[in-house]
Structure formats: structure tokens, C-alpha cells
Design a protein around this ligand. Sequence first.
Ligand code: HAM
Length: 447
Amino acid sequence: MALLTKAPRGTQDILPKDSYQWRFLETVAMETAALFGFKEIRTPTFEHTELFHRSVGDTTDVVQKEMYTFTDKGNRSITLKPEGTAGAVRAAVEHGLLADALPLKVSYLTSCFRYEKPQAGRLREFHQFGVEMLGSQSPAADAEVIGLAYEIFKVLQVQNLTLELNSIGCPQCRPKYHQALKAYFEGHKDELCETCLSRLETNPMRILDCKSPVCSEIAKGAPVVLDFICDECREHFEGVKTRLDKMGIAYTVNPHIVRGLDYYTKTVFEFVTSQIGAQGTVCGGGRYDGLVEELGGAKTPGLGFAMGLERLLLLLAAQQNELPEPRACELYIASIGDAANIKAGELCARLRDEGFYVECDTMGRSVKAQMKYANKIGAKMSMVLGDSELESGKAQLKDMDTGESSPVELGEELTRRLYDAGLARATSELSDQIGDADILRLLGQQE
Ligand code: HAM
């Protein structure tokens, strides 16, 4: 029975009392990205397992330990996506999007799945907002993508986030670094975990992000990649830093960042905080100049980032950032008797057409119970319809804050009074974000 009434470990329900905060974050992120020219892409929740082996990499923790992989009824190996980049790049190649005007800029909101040990800020199903930009190898693209993450945090007034930056080189300089790492870890062979022992042969860089305490302690003394990068990578890195300096985006170079996924080349970055416990990386990303080719497309550079929405919300809560309140009911229309209830429904329909948030009784409650409900939902105004109101076409409009009532005609005057009270559509945060003109266009009511 407990299985029926408890969500699986590492997952969480997002309840109505919290979901508006999610909607707000998602809207800010997507709309800010739109100002940089990113357009939304939606890709499947699951992909062929091979896609993640090829992109995220066979020797990563994500692929070796954390994927939700199963065989479907058609005997295919399927994996719930552990991250958003692979699917987005696969879709771009599959649909020939790279033949259009470059750079291709896509944004996404997605659930991701990783079988990790759950703790604060670490879940098995979590949510990412991410972007990918394909087609540019210029450091200007790196600055633009980092600038977008920065701008989103600025709009949300997030504080105490540090941007940490590194370059992890390219296929030209990486082998030299691998050699140095190998030589270092050979000296600690007896202490490494079994997974890392095999990584020593296949991909020594992955030992650097092993979560086992012994391996991570040893990794602290390992050579850093920044000392091994080639001239081209160094020049690129300088180009990124110069641009960030000019944009007023503060960063620290952290030569220990290698990221946990295999596809990265050159620039990598993380936005980190110490305010939400051990899982303090709120956003991570970087360049992946070999990935498109690896997935069967033409050689095309790319880069992007993803932010974990759970961690971002934890941080906003820790900083007591005031997210906008959800819109409250603007008018509750109570009714006595069937005829009045029908009239209330008719008025609600008309006022909703005008963009007001109105409610009426759908429970067959007494007028006292209806008013109790109106109070509970925080209705700003209320009125009661009975036989005499139906006859006169007038009712008492009550301001629920002050308790004051005044007569109102149920036709145009009611609409006007609601507008006069400042309760028009613009009180919706979402409409503030995307603009009234857009909403009208969506509703097919273009002015
Ligand atoms: P990632 O660093 O693996 O990168 O994940 C990005 C962000 O997702 C992390 O910084 C963190 O905020 C959040 N995150 C990761 N795992 C969990 C978890 N188990 N629970 C809660 N939040 C988590 C990527 O996924 C890359 N695809 C990012 C990227 C896009 N690079 C280039 N383009």
C-alpha cells in the first residue's frame, strides 16, 4: 500500500502551492533566452541508449552508474534522458537544422533522470532549463552563452553565485594531458576504486570527477589541464575572458573544473554557490566542438549550458527572494438558489472573456459556506445574487479587504468597476512577462 501512496525515491511532486514559482522561473528563463534568439526545442523523454554512450561517454559516472536503461517490448535498449544536450544535437542532425542559418540556437525545459543517491538538490528525476548554440567556434559565442545564464540570474536577482571558468583543451592537446594524468594516477594505483582503475586505461580524466572519497582526495593533487592546453585553446580562452571582462561579468578561473561529461572541449564553466549545501552547482556548461560529428553530422562546433531548476529554487528560497505571488481570485459571485447560480455562471463566463479571474459556487453550498470559501481563496471582491438581485439587475459589490459594499449594475458597470479597481488582465505575472499583445495574438484577438 505504501508504494501506492508514496512517490518513488528521488522524485518529487510539484504541488499547486509551489507550481507557480516553477512557471515563473521557466517563463523568465525561456523569455530571456528568446531575447538572445534562442527558440524552444522539445525532444523525446527517452532515446536510444547508444546516443548517451556516444555523447556523454562510456566511462562517465552518468553512463556507467546512473542511467535509467531498459529493454522495450521491441527488444531495443532505451534510456530516459540523463541530460538535454544529446537529444537536442541528435534532433538538429536528424532534421537537417544545421543546413539553415547558423548559429542554430535552441532552448529547452526538460525532466532528466539519473540514478544517484538522493539528497538536498540531488534527485533522480530533476528538471533542467538549457540552451545549445551550434555552428560558431568564436569565443564571442562562449561569451554570449555565458552572458545568457548570467542575465537569467540577474533578472531573478540571484546573489552569491560565482562563475567558475576553465578550458579543458581539444583533441590536439588532450593526449599530452592524458599522459600526465596517467603517470600521476599510476602512482596511486593501489588506492583507486575499481571503476577508476579501468578509467586509468580508457579515460584518466574521468577519475577527476569520481565521487568516491578516496579517489577524489587523490584527484586533488593531479596535474591540471590548463597547464597543458595548446596555443589555439589558450587564445580561445583569452578571447572568452576578455569578452566577459568587457561585459562586466565577474568570474574566477578554476583549473579543477573538468565537468562530468565526455563531450566537452575548450571552455567549461559552472555557476556555483555555497548556500544550498553540497550540491552547489546551479548551472554547468561548456563547448563541445566534436559532438555533432560524433553523432553523425558534419563537423560543427557547439556549446551550451543547463541549470538545475530544483537547485535554483533552493537558492532563491535560501536568499528569501520574493517570487511574484500567484494571481488571486478577483471576484467571487455567491448565489442563493438555482436561478441565481445560473446567472452567476453566465456572469463568470462574460468576465473571464474580459480576462478577469472569477469564481462562483459549483458545490451547492449555503451562502455562508460560499463566503467562507471566498475568504479562503483570497477573493478581492465578492457579491451575492438572489431573487431580488436578479429582478433589479443590481447587486452589492463588496471589497473583501475593507468590507465596504456599494451597488453595481450587473452589466457593463460591473466590468468597469473591476477595471477601475485595477484588476485587469495585467495583474497576471505571466502576462507581464510575455506581454498583453502576445496574449491577444495567441487568443486570436489581434488589435
Ligand atoms: P550537468 O552539469 O550534468 O550538465 O547538469 C547541469 C545541471 O543540472 C547541474 O549544474 C545541476 O544544477 C543540475 N543537476 C544535475 N544532476 C542533478 C540531480 N541529480 N539533481 C538535481 N539537479 C541536477 C549537463 O547536463 C549538460 N547537458 C549541460 C550542457 C548543455 N552542456 C552543454 N550544453
